[in-house]
Ligand binder design. Structure first.
Ligand SMILES: Nc1nc2c(ncn2[C@@H]2O[C@H](COP(=O)(O)OP(=O)(O)OP(=O)(O)O)[C@@H](O)[C@H]2O)c(=O)[nH]1
Ligand SMILES: [K+]
Ligand SMILES: [Mg+2]
Length: 436
């Protein structure tokens, strides 16, 4: 298959100290020879005068030559490390575009070629995208592990066990008629299949943690009108991000603010005050408040009076009862986890300390094989369903059980990119920026 030679600025915006321009594809060798004079030794940084096609200097910089297949993309690749001036970079890109069959790379195209050439699987590609996007320490640790193959190894290992199980059963079916086959060949695999189902179940239970690290830990602030919800959001954010007033029903729509608490990415969501008998718009706001609460990793349920209504649809163990306006309501320390006043700031430090402790516990990345994306969760869930079908089926229904194991393995294959992935490649690689 003939592929264009692609190039892009892989480092950040110009101007910058150094600009890295990456090239990949069959034309890389000609490009290096033309602009750097000749081909340097592979994988060695060489300082060269970089010239345009007429021999006029563009800049002095480092040239690296990575012959395929031992390169990032698996193709012949090169890097030019130039001074990061806008004119320098523009001039070099213009020169690269003048080569036959060369063009600017699309977003994620280098990584996509690396995937196509078997340099990494889909979970590793996702990990790389996450690593580039990482803002917090937990995100970095998790992304690096995923980029290094932690999830790949996990899913590949599971898939191999399922396929082994399927093969054993297939063998039993084939030799069922032969009289000298001693007992059931497949009996031994069912123990392992049962423990695999348990491992998958535990893994699925970690999905919330995975997405909380990757996308942010969601804290919803809910409670009756005028409980002081918006005031608390402003206090946590340290600025007036949302309107506070003594009029009940001030907040109509959910407002989300990204904060960093002790190095963790947190999304704090202020919601409309919950009460009975609200009119159209307010009622819609209340409906949304319940949706955000049900979705949240933690709900701060505010009450000024010390009585908390039942929050339908929200897990009890994800709710913290917060007594608000403690400067007027007092802090009797019953029925709630913490009492705060945004007016005097009393209790705010205590609440923050509790949050920090909770975040540290919930978002710890001691386990580095968390499902970080919906598609991991969905496919493991389906894989587990078929595994259960295999486990629970009648012992004599060997064909059905073998087929269920095959389908179960197939779902894991989809996560790592062995099968049924064409439709999602575009989605995954478009997460990358140009030059990656
Ligand atoms: N004394 C005192 N007043 C507070 C405190 N927190 C908020 N208030 C006041 O209570 C009123 C309502 O505060 P908001 O933050 O708008 O309350 P809310 O829960 O967001 O209200 P809605 O959006 O209408 O549901 C405002 O007049 C605030 O100044 C507090 O800790 N102490
Ligand atoms: K209000
Ligand atoms: Mg409000």
């Amino acid at each position: 298959m003939h592929m264009d030679t692609i190039y892009a600025l892989s480092s950040g915006n110009t101007p910058s100290g150094v600009a890295v321009i990456r090239v990949s594809g069959g034309g890389s060798r000609d490009i290096v020879e033309l602009h750097a004079g000749d081909l340097p030794a592979p994988r060695s940084a060489i300082l060269r005068l970089i010239r345009d096609r007429n021999g006029n200097p563009i800049d002095r910089g480092i040239v690296l030559w990575f012959p395929g297949p031992g390169s990032f993309t698996g193709e012949d690749c090169a890097e030019f490390h130039l001074h990061g001036g806008r004119a320098v970079v523009d001039r070099m890109l213009e020169e690269l575009g003048a080569h036959p069959d060369s063009r600017m790379a699309e977003a994620g195209e280098f990584s996509r070629r690396a995937f196509v050439n078997g340099k990494f699987d889909l979970t590793e590609a996702e990990g790389l995208a996450d690593l580039i996007a990482s803002e917090t320490e937990a995100q970095r640790v998790l992304a690096l592990a995923q980029a290094s193959g932690a999830l790949h190894d996990l899913y590949k290992g599971w898939r191999a066990r399922l396929l082994h199980g399927q093969a054993m059963i297939a063998a039993e079916i084939d030799f069922a008629d032969e009289e000298d086959v001693p007992g059931s060949v497949s009996a031994e695999i069912w123990d392992d299949m049962a423990s695999l189902a348990e491992e998958m179940h535990i893994h699925l239970g970690e999905a919330r943690r995975g997405s909380a690290i990757r996308e942010g830990f969601r804290i919803a602030i809910v409670g009756p009108p005028n409980a002081g919800k918006s005031s608390l959001l402003n206090a946590l954010a340290g600025s007036d991000v949302t309107i506070v007033s003594d009029e009940p029903g001030t907040t109509r729509d959910a407002i989300e603010v990204r904060l960093s608490i002790a190095g963790h990415l947190v999304l704090v969501i202020d919601t409309a005050g919950i009460r009975e008998g609200a009119e159209k718009i307010e009622a819609e706001g209340i409906r949304r408040a319940f949706v955000r609460a049900a979705d949240a990793d933690l709900v701060l349920h505010l009450s000024e009076t010390g009585s908390w209504s039942v929050l339908g649809g929200v897990d009890e163990d994800r709710i913290w009862r917060v007594r608000s306006k403690r400067d007027v309501s007092g802090s009797c320390n019953v029925g709630h986890e913490v009492a705060v006043s945004t007016k005097t700031s009393d209790g705010l430090q205590g609440l923050l300390a509790m949050l920090e402790e909770h975040l540290a516990a919930v978002l710890s990345v001691d386990a580095i094989t968390l499902p970080t994306r919906q598609r991991h969760f969905d496919n493991v869930k389906r894989s587990l369903e078929d595994l259960k079908t295999a486990l629970e089926n009648d012992a004599d229904a060997l064909e059905i059980r073998a087929e269920a194991l095959r389908v179960s393995a197939d779902y894991l294959g989809r996560i790592i990119g062995h099968s049924g992935v064409e439709d999602i490649l575009g989605i995954i690689f478009s997460e990358f920026c140009v030059g990656k």
